[in-house]
Design a protein around this ligand. Structure first.
Ligand code: ZN
Length: 435
């Protein structure tokens, strides 16, 4: 019997990459938009014919993923005015002022611009909430259009978000279900914004039942407040268990946990773990918006990230807002998000910093349920070449995205940040190796 040796024609070969798991000197071969092989340099060295990228020992990571964003309000900063108090509640009021003046074209244009920024930063999957408390569902239609238009280069997942409360805002439940009928992917909620704690809990029951009946995922804005008695995450975990939705439900923000009684939290975290509910903290926004009613000392207001992680709960770090009624800064840079997360949660240990890199890559990919994500053979050939040697250095430098690859095609490049230093005869002066 003779075996015919197949000659695999690779489309792209990335040479000499470092991987997030610590491996170095790795080649990545791409064929037909998928990762065909990941192997030490010598093993793939003899196969030619493909376009080649020399990673020169730099880090190749799966793309950044943002598990929490608001694409219907992004890039609207200053319209119709800026948020003077800096609070969540003024931001919601401001968004209410802006809503009647929105047009589909304006939402689409701003969203597409943001997606361009995202691609340049290697951010290739975003879960965006979309406000469904407008009977016209203008933002829903706009973002469904954007989802289709960006699909070749970015995965956009949409959450039906009743910003003004599914019970508090008249017709919101009907509008939410209409949005889901139109193809919005995930059921959202905002229990702490309902009129009472009891109605907040009722909203969680209603929304989880809708998700279970439709076979959808859930992601609620939950307990985004400094009030330690805001305990809707408890109801969310209970309803997740009741409907068998484990692994498909996310509690976003959970900032009240920062201020909760420690004894209560010692019971709550195991419940969240038992239910298989994931958490998303949004460090840039939480540190900015929470604690605004405090004098001194001022609370940080971010949820208990290291403690949730230690309990085995999936915790992602999200961007939440960029240039909108709630936040005046931002640049679609998930390394900036991870950087702030490390500071706010005081996660400065090596493993803790490393976990914050996962919290903007692999963990949110799992929360979104992305298929074919990763650097194993068979995965989609989506990855980012960073000008850094490892994940911690990437966070420290907010490293340049030298190349962004989607389905095996280079879709964005950025010039090296150290070129100027090299010209001055001081290559990589920002580099530092421990030990
Ligand atoms: Zn949000």
């Amino acid at each position: 019997m003779t075996t015919k040796r197949s000659t695999v024609q690779y489309d792209l070969l990335v040479r000499d990459a470092a991987l997030p798991d610590g491996r170095t000197g790795i080649d990545i071969a791409v064929s037909g938009g998928k990762i065909a092989a990941v192997a030490p340099h010598a093993e793939l060295a003899s196969i030619g014919g493909a376009a080649e990228v020399d990673a020169a020992g730099q880090l190749v990571t799966p793309p950044f993923v943002d598990a929490h964003f608001h694409m219907d309000s992004t890039l609207s900063y200053g319209l119709p005015r800026v948020n003077a108090s800096g609070t969540l509640l003024e931001g919601i009021a401001l968004w209410g002022e802006l809503k009647p003046t929105l047009t589909t074209d304006a939402i689409v244009e701003r969203a597409l611009q943001y997606c361009d920024w995202a691609v340049g930063k290697g951010l290739l999957a975003i879960r965006s909430h979309v406000d469904v408390c407008d009977p016209r569902l203008m933002a829903v239609d706009a973002l469904l259009d954007v989802r289709k238009r960006v699909a070749p280069y970015l995965d956009l997942q949409l959450v039906a978000f009743p910003q003004d409360g599914v019970l508090r805002s008249e017709g919101a439940q009907t509008n939410l279900e209409r949005a889901l009928d139109k193809g919005v992917d995930v059921v959202g909620g905002i229990p702490h914004f309902e009129r009472t704690m009891a109605e907040g809990a009722a909203s969680v029951r209603i929304l989880c039942a809708i998700a279970a009946a439709r076979g959808l995922r859930v992601d609620m804005h939950c307990d985004e407040t400094d009030d330690p008695m805001s305990r809707h995450i408890e109801s969310l975990a209970r309803e997740t268990l009741r409907h068998g939705l484990g692994g498909r439900v996310t509690g976003s923000h959970l900032t009240s946990m920062h201020s909760m009684d420690n004894y209560y939290v010692s019971k709550l975290i195991p419940l969240i773990a038992e239910a298989g509910v994931a958490a998303v903290a949004n460090p840039l926004i939480n540190i900015t918006i929470q604690g605004r009613h405090d004098t001194y000392p001022k609370r940080r207001g971010m949820t208990r990230v290291p403690e949730l992680m230690a309990a085995g709960i999936d915790v992602a770090l999200g961007h939440d807002c960029v240039l909108d009624p709630w936040y005046p800064l931002g640049a679609a840079d998930m390394l900036e998000v991870a950087h702030m997360g490390i500071h706010v949660a005081q996660m400065t240990g090596r493993q803790a910093m490393r976990a914050c890199f996962d919290a903007v890559t692999t963990v949110p990919a799992r929360i979104l349920g992305l298929e074919g994500y990763g650097l194993q053979p068979g995965c989609n050939a989506d990855f980012v070449l960073l000008e850094a040697r490892d994940p911690v250095e990437a966070i420290r430098l907010k490293a340049t995205r030298l190349a962004v690859v989607r389905r095996g095609r280079i879709i964005a490049t950025t010039p090296s940040a150290t070129t100027a230093l090299e010209l001055a005869g001081r290559p990589a002066a920002t580099r530092y190796r421990i030990g």
